[in-house]
Write a protein that binds this ligand. Structure first.
Ligand SMILES: [Fe+2]
Length: 491
């Protein structure tokens, strides 16, 4: 096998640059303010962090190893730890001491492809090992932590030691995902499962190149009840995130057509196809008929991360940051995330379940991503959204420099602009106390500084985001941008 050097890919540089080391920092230095004594728990984040140089000429971030970053706050002190997730693939490559997996189309001369939908090249050494990586989301449910990739097997991780515990029992029950083909056990789950705060149920979906292309699943840990809902689509879409309310599951299918046969023809498997329109599946949680909404008149857009939604008098109200096009490179698309990441603006969708019509209202002109809400109210009528904001030209991929709290009741926001050359991650909200009002609490994020190539961990007051941070924890190194995280309160 030949190992090739990593090229200067936008997601191997600056705030994305992977770290080659695992370690821990105990009692990290607080350089500003104080960590509230009552803020006890751990913020987990999951990121793309290749351990070995790949076999392909093109770096495909979605297929890279995943690393979990944990910042534990305990009695006013901060403890950081990072570990790669030991997927079956990681362990195989560890044995060989180099990358083993290779992707069809991995040598297409476009350094910007993200790797989603590229089939694994069939080789004897990798044939029996799941190809899945765990590099997108650190997801918690109760006291359990899962590291998730995009449509690949879930991995359970010990929340204290960050030791990889393995594929959870429910992982083997998942349908095959998009990046299958390395092994029969290569099941897949989305990177954005949802926890219902009312019932405790878990919701997930799997996207597959095989019909039915989407399978929605739910699991109720209290009763053991499981449900599977196939969405038999005429063609395969590229889905990423979705919405769950108290009564409905809402899966938007934006017009990114997935053609896994494309890489063998030298083309990206994702095809931006606005003529297909956007389809939205609304699935009643009580088992009623699936309602389909079709594209709205103002034009077709794309969203990676809908913020949240709720039911109100026969309507579903959703808040969705939308791009005017698909921001990543795709056949037929204009996305180029290395030179200028397009803006996503906050829209409100009003879905009328009786007439199956949709009214769309633009709420804000600023560029936002990584929306989050007070998870105690997820799927219920809510007021506050939290997100990263690009206050100036973000340049290369996802370089957001600001954090905000957006008040949907007054359509106003409070924002902290950290200035040029500083990059934030998705801000995670933590309530001030278990019974604090919605939105009363803290926003937690990492802040990367270009001038020192180092990160801080920042705690902001969610209702006074524009004020001096509650606390800044100084780290001696960079924490690479890790797309999604979650908070687990201490017991
Ligand atoms: Fe995501």
């Amino acid at each position: 096998m030949v190992t090739r050097p990593l090229e200067l890919h936008g997601m191997l540089m600056a705030h994305w640059e992977p770290t080659q080391m695992e370690g821990e920092i105990n009692d990290a230095i607080v350089v500003q303010g104080e960590i509230p004594e009552s803020l006890n728990g751990t913020l987990f984040r999951q990121g793309m962090n290749p351990r070995y140089r790949g076999l392909s000429e093109t770096y495909l971030p979605v297929t890279s190893d995943g690393m979990v970053h944990a910042m534990r706050l305990e009695n006013g002190k901060a403890y950081y730890k990072n570990r790669w997730v030991r997927t079956p693939r990681f362990l195989l490559e560890d044995k060989y001491g180099q990358a083993c997996f290779e992707y069809e189309g991995g040598n297409i001369p476009n350094p910007l492809f993200d790797g989603f939908g590229f089939p694994v090249v069939d080789k004897p050494e990798t044939r029996d090992t799941p190809s899945g990586t765990a590099n997108i989301t650190a997801w918690t449910h109760g006291r359990r932590l899962f590291a998730l990739g995009e449509q690949t097997i879930p991995m359970e991780v010990d929340p204290r030691s960050l030791d990889t515990l393995g594929v959870p029992a429910w992982g083997s029950e998942l349908p095959p995902g998009v990046l299958v083909k390395a092994s029969p056990e290569d099941g897949g789950v989305c990177a954005h499962p949802k926890n219902c705060p009312v019932t405790g149920e878990i919701f997930w979906f799997t996207a597959s190149i095989e019909a039915p292309h989407i399978v929605i699943g739910s699991y109720d840990p209290a009763t053991g009840a499981k449900r599977r809902i196939p969405l038999d689509l005429p063609y395969m879409f590229y889905p990423h995130d979705w919405l769950v309310t108290r009564d409905h599951i809402i899966l938007p299918l934006f017009p990114v057509h997935l053609r896994p046969e494309n890489p063998s023809q030298g083309k990206c498997p994702k095809v931006w196809s606005p003529e297909l329109g956007t389809r939205i599946a609304v699935v009643p949680r009580d088992g009623g008929e699936i309602l389909w909404f079709n594209t709205w008149e103002e034009g077709t857009r794309f969203s990676f991360h809908p913020q949240a939604a709720y039911d109100r008098d026969g309507h579903i109200i959703a808040h969705v940051p939308e791009y005017n096009t698909f921001p990543h490179p795709a056949e037929g698309g204009e996305g180029n995330w290395e030179t200028k990441y397009p803006d996503a603006n906050l829209y409100e969708w009003d879905l009328d379940l009786a007439t199956r019509s949709i009214k769309v209202t633009k709420l804000d002109d600023r560029s936002i991503e990584f929306p989050w809400t007070d998870q105690r109210f997820y799927g219920l009528e809510y007021r506050y959204g939290f997100s990263a904001v690009a206050s100036r030209d973000a340049g290369p991929a996802l370089a957001f420099d600001s954090v905000q709290t957006y008040d949907l009741k007054t359509n106003t926001y409070v924002m902290q602009d950290f200035g040029a050359g500083n990059v934030v991650m998705e801000p995670i909200f933590v309530p001030r106390s278990p019974d604090a009002p919605e939105g009363d609490g803290y926003l937690l994020t990492y802040l990367w500084h270009a001038d020192t190539n180092r990160s801080d961990f920042v705690i902001l007051d969610a209702q006074a985001v524009d004020q001096e941070p509650v606390a800044v924890v100084r780290l001696p190194m960079r924490v690479p941008l890790a797309p999604h995280g979650s908070w687990m309160a201490a017991e």
